[in-house]
Design a protein around this ligand. Structure first.
Ligand code: SF4
Ligand code: SF4
Length: 203
């Protein structure tokens, strides 16, 4: 498939999953505190991206004003040095695309960035609670950080209308959705976002 056609189809895929995620956020809204300027999920993390997602975010980067591109490049230069020091380890870092508390390529962000803030589970049923549940934000009123679990009795006690719900929003699941396959979308290899961006934008 021509690259342009693949990007067109991926944009359609993003539109569909974003509408679905919007419905989920709306359903869970009693537990969600996300708002402009809150960016904890883009800090001190790791951001796995497929080749296709990385290609798309690079399109977003190419459309940024020069001064913002410079900031991103400077962030990447610092991360490149730190990444070399942490070779072979899990390297938690701020996303280089986070500028003044906002994502500079928000419309182009990948799958994992679109699911930040929700409770997710993978195909084996392993739950991931948003990290900010432990910092007084999403789900925090019904989350026990010591037991690392949602307390159902709190849901009733505090009068919530719906239960906290986990969705299978693992990247693996999202990339294997049947409609993505029908569209012929190939996501390609996955690695950390900075591993895609450093060679493309700095070298
Ligand atoms: S790409 Fe944007 S949304 Fe995703 S981690 Fe980076 S700053 Fe956050
Ligand atoms: S997921 Fe948590 S840290 Fe991220 S924007 Fe929402 S409330 Fe803030």
């Amino acid at each position: 498939m021509e690259k342009e056609e693949l990007i067109n189809r991926y944009e359609y895929y993003l539109k569909v999953i974003s509408e679905e995620l919007q419905r989920i956020f709306e359903y869970q809204r009693e537990y969600i505190c996300c708002q402009n300027g809150c960016s904890g999920c883009c800090e001190k993390g790791m951001y796995p991206y497929s080749e296709l997602e990385a290609e798309y975010i690079k399109i977003g980067y190419s459309r940024l004003p020069d001064e913002i591109k410079e900031i991103v490049k400077n962030n990447l230069k610092k991360l490149k040095a730190e990444l070399a020091e942490h070779k072979g380890e899990n390297f938690l870092h701020d996303c280089p695309l986070l500028i003044d508390g906002s994502c500079c390529v928000y419309m182009y962000r990948g799958i994992i960035c679109r699911t930040f803030g929700l409770i997710t589970e993978n195909s084996e049923g392993k739950l991931t609670i948003p990290y900010c549940a432990g910092t007084g934000l999403n789900y925090s009123k019904v989350y026990d950080p010591e037991k690392k679990m949602i307390l159902e009795e709190k849901v009733e006690e505090l009068g919530y209308n719906v239960m906290p719900k986990a969705y299978n929003l693992s990247r693996e699941n999202m990339m294997n959705l049947s409609f993505a396959k029908t569209l012929g979308i190939e996501f390609g290899e996955s690695k950390m976002l900075i591993e895609w961006l450093i060679p493309s934008l700095l070298e």
